[in-house]
Design a protein around this ligand. Structure first.
Ligand SMILES: Cc1cc2nc3c(=O)[nH]c(=O)nc-3n(C[C@H](O)[C@H](O)[C@H](O)COP(=O)(O)OP(=O)(O)OC[C@H]3O[C@@H](n4cnc5c(N)ncnc54)[C@H](O)[C@@H]3O)c2cc1C
Length: 457
């Protein structure tokens, strides 16, 4: 590769903030709201023209991590995550229940996220990329931002990296892991004119199955759309014959009886590599189109369906995970771990999609609620920076469980609250007192301790 030297240039300081958040997905939106509500002057920088990340642009409309899958289906995500669902429900754009996912409408979530961020007083910059951290020694002191207005810098006492890919942490020199054989990406698509159940039947919560002793059965789910059921064996044969591209599930979701989200495409690529990501977007649309035709021709309720749209961002599951002061493990998930600096609860199954080109379904471990410690958000060797969302410090298995929308919102709320405390006290995030942080989170109605566990039933 050839190189040229970029001429040195003066960057305008756009704003001097207390807290700067990169990425407005579930984690970043919640981090910005939490920080601003705690009185911090907060800037949120989002690359797309809307907030919500995967849960809006990626069309992931089945919000997970809210309810434990084991009876009595304890609600573990409250705080800002609970408020978002309640506000969306009031606008007809979500449905709260005790099921293993909460269906939502991405267009309504975009509006709710806008409202919550702006009401909190956050300065919002859409269509703006945080391209690099501004680093002074080992301390991050702001972000370089590029958008239609040019290149500028946003200074901040604390920066929160909620880019999903830990872009900022990696560029600040923080250690991270990124495995060979990343979980596949998925181009989500929406089908219209579905002749399925009545709206009432579609809205019925569908918790997973249990044995009499309350032990989760390894029963397989197709989200909640019991009215859209492809013949799994026939579909597997079609795959073997090369008639359909590699697929996962397929899983279906959606609030409305006549419209469904299809989560099925599987593309093997790396979102931290621009060429690979470009290939993924193009191939993902092709595979979505091919899968649509297979489903339309072979599933009774989809015979007259129409292909309405694909997500504006391909669905991203896995890339970099930072190496933090604590690395959450699959063992922690299984032992229902508790930590002195626990900032919230995870409960989703250890959902690691196979990277070997296998089609169909997978199901791993279904946990009781476990705590996630604050230290998973502190990248080793870097100060002034918190990482929130799916790229916190965790092994693959733990990441498979904590990477869902509800849990990422909870992590974002904890990061934003800690960032505001650090900024107010002029200390680094690493110096934030965990018990005081927990006190603040409790005031915000964040659930830190589960009511139920395998030992207390
Ligand atoms: C197909 C699929 C199905 C899934 N199914 C479920 C499910 O059923 N239930 C569930 O709860 N979860 C599910 N997930 C997981 C979940 O949606 C994501 O893991 C979750 O959204 C991660 O949240 P996040 O905030 O960490 O990152 P993201 O949602 O990826 O948000 C990151 C945000 O940062 C922005 N950004 C990135 N880089 C920059 C930058 N440099 N500057 C500015 N902005 C930037 C992006 O545009 C985006 O808005 C699924 C994921 C996929 C892909």
């Amino acid at each position: 590769m050839d190189y040229i030297m970029e001429p040195t240039r003066r960057l305008p300081v756009l704003v001097e903030a207390d807290v700067v958040v990169a990425g407005g997905g579930p984690a970043g939106f919640a981090a910005a709201v939490a920080a601003a509500r705690r009185g911090a002057k907060t800037v949120l920088i989002e690359g797309q023209g809307f907030l919500g990340g995967m849960m809006t642009g990626g069309l992931v409309l089945t919000l997970g991590g809210y309810n434990c899958w084991i009876a009595p289906f304890e609600r573990v995500v409250t705080g800002i995550g609970g408020e978002m669902v309640q506000r969306a429900e009031e606008l007809g754009g979500a449905e709260d229940n005790e099921g293993f996912v909460l269906n939502s409408e991405p267009e309504v979530l975009k509006i709710v996220c806008d409202d919550m961020v702006l009401e909190a007083g956050v300065q919002l910059l859409l269509h703006s990329k945080a391209t690099a951290p501004y680093v002074d020694g080992s301390r991050v002191r702001g972000l370089i931002v590029e958008n239609k207005s040019g290149r500028s810098i946003v200074l901040g006492k604390v920066v929160v990296d909620a880019t999903g890919d830990a872009d900022i942490a990696a560029r600040a020199g923080a250690p991270f892991e990124k495995v060979e054989g990343l979980q596949p990406m998925t181009t989500g698509f929406i089908l219209g004119n579905v002749k399925g159940s009545s709206a009432e039947e579609v809205a019925r919560p569908m918790p997973p199955g249990y044995t009499e002793a309350g032990v989760p059965k390894k029963r397989l789910h197709r989200a909640r759309r019991v009215d859209v059921v492809p013949d799994a064996d026939a579909m597997a044969l079609a795959r073997e014959a090369g008639e359909v591209p590699v697929y996962g599930g397929p899983w279906f979701g959606g609030l409305y009886a006549d419209r469904i989200w299809v989560n099925a495409v599987r593309i093997f690529a790396d979102s931290t590599d621009a060429e690979s990501l470009t290939h993924a977007e193009v191939q993902g649309r092709r595979d979505a189109w091919a899968l649509y035709h297979y489903l339309r021709d072979n599933v009774e309720s989809l015979k007259e369906s129409t292909f309405l749209m694909t997500g504006s961002i391909i669905g991203l599951r896995e890339s970099r995970r930072i190496t933090g002061d604590y690395r959450l493990t699959g063992d922690d998930v299984r032992r229902e771990a508790r930590f002195p600096d626990g900032v919230g609860l995870g409960c989703w199954w250890t959902d690691v999609h196979p990277a070997d080109g296998r089609s169909g379904l997978h199901l791993d471990y279904i946990p009781w609620p476990y705590q996630i410690p604050y230290r998973t958000m502190l990248p080793q060797g870097v100060e002034g920076l918190l990482v929130a969302g799916r790229s916190v410090s965790a092994d693959r298995e733990a990441n498979g469980s904590l990477r869902v929308a509800g849990t990422c919102i909870m992590l974002g709320e904890a990061a934003g609250t800690a960032a505001a405390r650090a900024a107010a006290k002029d200390i680094t995030p690493r110096q934030v007192d965990a018990s005081q942080l927990q006190g603040a989170l409790r005031e915000q109605n964040v659930k830190l301790e589960p009511e139920f566990s395998s030992r207390r039933r």
